[in-house]
Design a protein around this ligand. Structure first.
Ligand code: GRF
Length: 219
C-alpha cells in the first residue's frame, strides 16, 4: 500500500525535488498529496502541479495560532499518513504538532543535538568541528529537539566556508531525507511516546546513512 505524504516548504525546494525524483525513480513508494507553504512565492511550489499546491502568507494572519490552524486544516484535508518538513522555515505551534505528532518529521542541517536553529554551517565551522551533517527527526514543540531518526555525516575540509559546507551537505541531505521518507512510507517507522521504532524495535541511536544511500544502525 502506497503511503500518502504531505510536504511543507518555504524556499527553493531542492529537498522536495529529491522526494519527487525518488517517487519517479520508484525508490520511494508514496503518493504526494500536497505541498504546503507559508510563502506563496516559494519557488518550491512551482515544482508540483497547481492542484497539489497550497499556500498562504503567514504574515497576513493575526497570529501564529490562526495561521497554524488554517495550515493544519489544509494539511489534514489531504489525509496524509506522513507530513514532511522539507525546508519549512517557520516554527510550528504546539497545536499543529499535536495534531500530526508521530507522523511529522523534519530535516535539519546539523548533527543534532548540535546546532538547533539557524546558521548551522557557520556554527560548526566556528566551533572547529571536523565533521558536519544533517538529521531527520520527529517534530516536537521544542525547536529541533525531537528524537533523531537518522543522520548523515560529512567531513569538514580546511578552507570550508559556510557556503561551501552548505552546498556539499545538500546532496547528502537529499539522500537522507528520501531514505527516511522511504522508511516511513514502507510502514517500518513508527513512534511511541516520543521514541522512534524501526520494525517495532526502539531505535536507541539514530540510524546512519552509508555511502550507498542505505540506512543502517551505527557501528
Ligand atoms: C535545507 O538545508 C534544509 O535542511 C533546511 O533548509 C534547507 C532547505 O533547502 N531546513 P531546500 O528548500 O529544500 O532547497
Amino acid at each position: 500500500m502506497s503511503r500518502r505524504i504531505a510536504v511543507l516548504v518555504s524556499g527553493r525546494g531542492s529537498n522536495l525535488q529529491a522526494l519527487l525524483d525518488a517517487i519517479e525513480a520508484g525508490t520511494l513508494s508514496a503518493d504526494l498529496v500536497g505541498v504546503f507553504s507559508d510563502r506563496p512565492d516559494a519557488p518550491a511550489l512551482q515544482k508540483v502541479p497547481e492542484a497539489l499546491r497550497w499556500s498562504a502568507d503567514a504574515k497576513s494572519f493575526p497570529d501564529r495560532l490562526a495561521f497554524d490552524k488554517t495550515l493544519a486544516d489544509a494539511v489534514a484535508a489531504s489525509r496524509p499518513d506522513w507530513v514532511i518538513c522539507a525546508g519549512y522555515m517557520r516554527i510550528l505551534g504546539d497545536d499543529f504538532i499535536a495534531r500530526f505528532r508521530g507522523r511529522l518529521i523534519n530535516i535539519h542541517p546539523s548533527l543534532l543535538p548540535k546546532y538547533r536553529g539557524l546558521r548551522t554551517h557557520a556554527r560548526a565551522l566556528a566551533a572547529g568541528d571536523l565533521e558536519h551533517g544533517a538529521s531527520v527527526h520527529f517534530v516536537v514543540p521544542e525547536l529541533d529537539a525531537g528524537t533523531v531518526i537518522a543522520q548523515v555525516v560529512i567531513p569538514i575540509f580546511p578552507g570550508d566556508t559556510p557556503e561551501s559546507l552548505s552546498e556539499r551537505l545538500l546532496s547528502s541531505e537529499h539522500a537522507l531525507l528520501t531514505a527516511c521518507a522511504a522508511l516511513a512510507a514502507s510502514g517500518r517507522l513508527t513512534e511511541r511516546d516520543g521514541h522512534p521504532l524501526c520494525d517495532g524495535q526502539p531505535l536507541l541511536k539514530p540510524l546512519t546513512l552509508d555511502s550507498s544511500g542505505n540506512l543502517s544502525p551505527p557501528p
